[in-house]
Design a protein around this ligand. Sequence first.
Ligand SMILES: [Zn+2]
Ligand SMILES: [Zn+2]
Length: 203
Amino acid sequence: MKIKTIPTGPIRANCYVVYDEKTGDAAVIDPGSFDYYVQSATDGLNVKYIICTHGHFDHILGAGEIKDKTGAKLLIHRLDEECFKSSRANLIGDFYFDKEINLEADRLLEDGDEIAFGDIVLKVMHTPGHSKGSIILIDEKERVIFTGDTLFAGGTGRTDFYGSNPTDMRKSILKIMELDGEYHILPGHDTDTFLSEERKYYV
Ligand SMILES: [Zn+2]
Ligand SMILES: [Zn+2]
């Protein structure tokens, strides 16, 4: 598995292009835009999926364009599907008065689902708290977790938005901390970290 990290969009959400080198099969996680850098990162790849760790605008603004250009399937957790239409739920109304988002999901995710492409399998864990339908994506073989805005290096995501819930966030973080062994953590903003490093704060 290869991973390209592209900080993108208005508030620099990390977009991750994840692909299998042999087949070129790929998934784009959290496309905050479909700018030059995301386009170059996906050039020559067979983009099968666009996966949103949650529905906030900074993670989904590029999704429609990638879907149109590649025919990839757009995936989000069932409880964040409303973010594909509602400016209140995706928070864009709080930042831009005249902008709206209108996306169609191709598959609604549930806890325990698996997303497979090439030789890569990403397992979905529902981790509400930052938003109702926040998920993390776990690659058990490569020991990597894409944590969206649930877990960052040295902290958790905000829990003061529409759909946030601090009690759920606590439970979700403890669930992540209970995962076995070491994982490389790739968050929705800022730098990467390791689960062993983050466990120091929560256990
Ligand atoms: Zn967010
Ligand atoms: Zn974000």
